[in-house]
Design a binder for this molecule. Structure first.
Ligand SMILES: *[C@@H]1O[C@H](CO)[C@@H](O)[C@H](O)[C@H]1NC(C)=O
Ligand SMILES: *[C@@H]1O[C@H](CO)[C@@H](O)[C@H](O)[C@H]1NC(C)=O
Length: 427
């Protein structure tokens, strides 16, 4: 008797109705997401190009300037990279490529392996520049903060490490090496030889088809197109450079990564994602801004002294935008995935359907992305800190002759990166 009256109580009925509606919404959401996952997988396949002949025809005869810069990467070059490069040249055709490789100061057999690769390239008449520079990190550091005339060298800053004096920044060094890799592009240009795209390959596992799919990003119309890079999947790797369509860093390291609606929606659909900056293991860039003077650079030393840093691979995008030459857009292409190990590559290429996100990962990714967005502050603590330090830097400009403007704020993080003999460190 009691049970029946209880069941009939209005509160109880309301509760049941609410639970029913929530359950129905949950189920509807789940079914919708599963449908979206199928579309996502289909789009990834539709944007994969296994052969040159499957590329849109204007893209089949492009001239590609291939760049790579190495430091202590013997294993990956020997295991996969060297052969992948040769396979890629076989696919693109040796008349359509130029290879520029720069190595310095490796602590393993990278030099010997690149020497061998250089010989194979030579035997096959592949146009190339391979520089194996004997200068080590230790040589760079031992040169000290002053040049022969006693003037301060750029790229050295006073850090907060106790008793360290001035230390050498990592990013200006890397920017200098990247421009060195590009040098043959400019030498060839002055002889009337031009290239359509510049392709930077990190020390990653890739296949020629990954490069073809990258070149086909947005039908080949892009200022820059990047892969997704993995070291320990499902997390992607290069958070230092990736910024969404609003210029924010990613909100999570696993799928669907992004906070901004545009970037997130494109990723959820498996289409090329408009971003403000990316690099992520492999990037193809329109060469024209470089012919107009675009170069890699670092933040000014005076700004880096405020304990902030930005990657040269991010600043290149903001500089391209500042030149008004990023009109075709910067895209991250989820159909292209590279790995820092064979295991990482394989585990993001398991499914014959081309997907790298299972339906379970898709659904849980969408749900955790929603929760993170609800909980995320409107402005992150990190962004506030960077804004504060930049403001201090511009405020001090009255006391200095230097013009203090920086268009790469979205690249900046509150860290300091210092070169050391066996790599680099934070201070
Ligand atoms: C990776 O995949 C390739 C081809 O699918 C296979 O031959 C190789 O053994 C795999 N390697 C590892 C370490 O899983
Ligand atoms: C993301 O970018 C927007 C627009 O630039 C900015 O207003 C917002 O504060 C950023 N979000 C976070 C969490 O920093």
């Amino acid at each position: 008797m009691f049970l029946r009256t209880y069941r009939r109580s209005p509160q109880r009925r309301l509760l049941r109705a609410v639970v029913f509606i929530l359950g129905a919404l949950f189920l509807l959401d789940l079914l919708t997401l599963l449908k979206h996952h199928r579309e996502f997988s289909r789009n990834l396949v539709a944007h994969s190009y296994p052969e040159l002949s499957t590329l849109p025809s204007p893209l089949q005869n492009q001239k590609i300037f291939i760049c790579a810069q190495f430091w202590t990467s013997a294993k990956i070059i020997q295991d996969r990279w060297g052969q992948a490069l040769l396979d890629l040249i076989g696919v693109l055709g040796k008349d359509n490529v130029y290879v520029s490789i720069y190595e310095s100061g490796s602590l393993d057999d990278t030099k010997a392996i690149l020497q061998f690769l250089d010989k194979v390239l030579a035997d096959n008449n592949i146009p190339r520049t391979v520089i194996l520079d004997p200068t080590t990190h230790a040589d760079e550091i031992n040169a000290g903060p002053l040049d022969e005339q006693g003037n301060p060298r750029p790229g050295w800053i006073q850090t907060t490490t106790v008793g360290a004096g001035k230390e050498m920044r990592r990013i200006p060094y890397l920017a200098r090496l990247r421009n060195r890799v590009l040098q043959p592009l400019f030498n060839l240009h002055s002889k009337g030889q031009t290239y359509d795209k510049i392709l930077f390959l990190n020390d990653v596992v890739f296949r020629p088809s990954d490069v073809l799919s990258l070149l086909a990003t947005n039908q080949g119309s892009f200022s820059a197109a990047c892969a997704l890079d993995f070291h320990y999947p499902p997390a992607y790797y290069d958070t230092f450079v990736l910024r969404d369509s609003q210029g924010n860093g990613t909100i999570m390291t696993s799928f669907p990564y992004f906070e901004s609606p545009d970037s997130r929606e494109a990723m959820l659909q498996g289409r090329a994602v408009k971003v403000r900056s990316c690099w992520n293991g492999m990037v193809a860039m329109d060469s024209s801004p470089f012919y107009e003077g675009l170069r890699f650079r670092a933040l000014p030393d005076s700004l880096a002294s405020k304990h902030v840093e930005a990657s040269e691979c991010c600043l290149i995008h903001t500089d391209m935008a500042a030149m008004n030459m990023a009109g075709s857009g910067v895209y991250l292409n989820p159909a292209v995935r590279v790995g820092y190990t064979v295991e990482a590559y394989n585990s993001t290429h398991t499914d014959p359907d081309g997907t790298f996100v299972s339906s379970t990962q898709y659904v849980s990714g969408v749900w955790s992305n929603r929760i993170k967005r609800i909980l995320a502050p409107r402005v992150t603590k990190q962004a506030k800190e960077v804004a504060k330090r930049m403001e201090r830097w511009t405020r001090e400009s009255k006391d200095s002759l230097e013009k203090r403007e920086e268009n790469g704020q979205l690249c900046i993080i509150p860290e300091q990166h210092i070169l050391i003999w066996n790599g680099w460190k934070h201070t």
